[in-house]
Design a protein around this ligand. Sequence first.
Ligand SMILES: [Fe+2]
Length: 296
Amino acid sequence: MVPRSAAVKRSRRAESGRGLLAREGRARGNGFGLSPAFWARFVENHWRRRPLILKRPFSVPLATGADILRGIVNARAQFRADDLKTPLKFFVEQALLQAEVQHHLPAARDSTLEDYVARVTSKLRGRPFGLIVTEYPPFDAQTWLRLREFLRPLYARIGIPGNPTQTGLFLGTYARTPFGVHKDLHDTFIFMIEGRKKFRTWPAEFFREEQDMTRSLHYRSFLDRATTLDAEAGDVLYWPSSYWHVAEPRSSSTRWRNWTRAWGPRRSETFFPSIRIGCRRAPTRCLGSSRTPQRL
Ligand SMILES: [Fe+2]
């Protein structure tokens, strides 16, 4: 077992996009579209090759905590009406809640995300939870339009993927992804809304040569060979679908224990909302550039 401090110290950091952004230009004005020159370099060097972290590429936040709260309240309204079809999952520690989920979602009496997190944490007697809205755009049109603006020049270059793009919202007090180390079918962009998270990633071949780590939380001995994406609010991250990954909030374990004992948040960064766009890779059929990005 590699000691934690040593492992973190030796862990490789993902390539920063600072140079790429400086050379090719950040999004202009209040826009969320990076330049075609940026995307040309991105596709050449990173797309389906290796992770990248972009430090605050936009001049304004993609979404605020209030936007996210409104979006989840909208999702809750649909959940009450038709709970089987609403794309929403609620975890308590590593367990997926199958009943009474609506009582753990934001309600009208939660005026902020912090209020919501405090209420649910008290209800769960301090046990960490995770809320995932697996298909978020129907509940937050403004954020979806901004994400579409972000993707448009990428899809103009590579063609629209043959499978739908998925956009999920992740929020919670979990210390690590509730379902552990895993790979997705999608190439992933993460947009950090609030708080800080570390994303640990490993290329596909890494665990082929090691033990099977699918859905495991016992990955600490492999941290020295992980590529770490250290993200804070406003950052945008990318990793290919071939990469194994797991997310960790950046608060210390001491602070985490104190916080869970108190049954309520002491810091606004403890719930870590982030949005994930998944550009699904399999099957790899691509519709080509004859479909315009405006039709996303
Ligand atoms: Fe994932």
